[in-house]
Design a binder for this molecule. Sequence first.
Ligand code: SF4
Length: 125
Amino acid sequence: MIRKEYTCVLCPNGCPLVAYVDDDETPVITKVEGSVCPKGEDWVRQEILNPMRTISSSVRVRGGDAPLASVRTDRPIPLARIMDVMGEIQRVVIDAPVEIGAVVLSRPAGCDTDIIVTRSVRKSA
Ligand code: SF4
């Protein structure tokens, strides 16, 4: 049995959580302590079994007043797929103008997320 310590990131309370895991081949979580609310326990179970992350990056813009537009995933993706998703984002080139919220890529690497613009870029004068 392995004892793993975490700090819940879901709210400013930052509860210290402890998970006890039987970790032979597939982890089995036997107990979680320290969670003030059910969300914390759910989060630590996800963090152990299938950690998810929201990622930010940028894409190239043609004919804009800036060469790049910042983007992010619109929902978390599996940590293990981040490099695949980043690879697809790096290949994206869009034409100005582009507005905040525009979808520049759907379901990268088969993940259930869209890549959306977080900074508008106007057409160059
Ligand atoms: S366990 Fe609940 S109360 Fe504690 S940090 Fe996580 S979400 Fe907030």
